[in-house]
Design a binder for this molecule. Sequence first.
Ligand SMILES: Nc1ncnc2c1ncn2[C@@H]1O[C@H](COP(=O)(O)OP(=O)(O)OP(=O)(O)O)[C@@H](O)[C@H]1O
Length: 242
Amino acid sequence: MTGSTALRARGLTKRYGSHNTLVRAVDEVDLDVPAGQTLAIMGPSGCGKSTLLHLVGGLQRPTGGQVWLAERRIDTMSERALARLRRDDVGFVFQSFHLMDELTAVENVELAALLAGRSPGRARKRALYLLDRVGLADRAAHLPSALSGGQRQRVAIARALSNEPLVVLADEPTGNLDSAATVEVLRLFEELHAAGQTLVVVTHDARIAAVADRVISMRDGAFADDNRFASTTTGTVYGGWR
Ligand SMILES: Nc1ncnc2c1ncn2[C@@H]1O[C@H](COP(=O)(O)OP(=O)(O)OP(=O)(O)O)[C@@H](O)[C@H]1O
């Protein structure tokens, strides 16, 4: 993946309503995210951060413009192809975790791999490996209700990685976490970055922005600022997460 583009958008637009109810949630945005980059997207409430994340992850369709994930154009994909892409190539992490309450930690993590057709044995092995990597080997058989917020989010991150996604998209991943749990998630993101995982994080948390190598500030659906810091790490072969 060295030197390639993980995500590309041109003229990306999402409008809601019409006439006097018209909202330009995302307004003619151009974006290139090189493989291996950790990008933080910041900005005031309602500026379009979540909508942008949903558009590039194929959770919502744009009303204008184009999106590519790696070399594949996704805004024109069939629903079926888009569902497969979301399952296999995108890892989503949400503020409210979105774990299945009735499944244990390991069952939550292995579910996507099972749906993707992996054998139960391989799916379980990978899920246990990922839980170990996020520091939860001893919590594999726990239900989410028996885990702290930080532990739930680490399960959700392990789940997001289960199908070796091209890109991880996280929407306010520390929004429901206390300070100690936020630091745990930060460390994980740093490890993923060092391993070459492409990561796009919508956040209000300056600590997350501080570990990103690029920070885009949005205002009124557009980019107000685009700051690149350190050079993008293009990790070796996803050192240890695969
Ligand atoms: N389904 C919808 N119908 C109409 N307007 C919507 C819809 N979803 C979002 N919007 C509007 O689009 C704009 C962008 O919303 P979005 O959720 O992307 O913002 P955000 O920057 O993620 O906000 P926050 O930080 O509060 O989560 C807002 O003005 C919002 O009210």
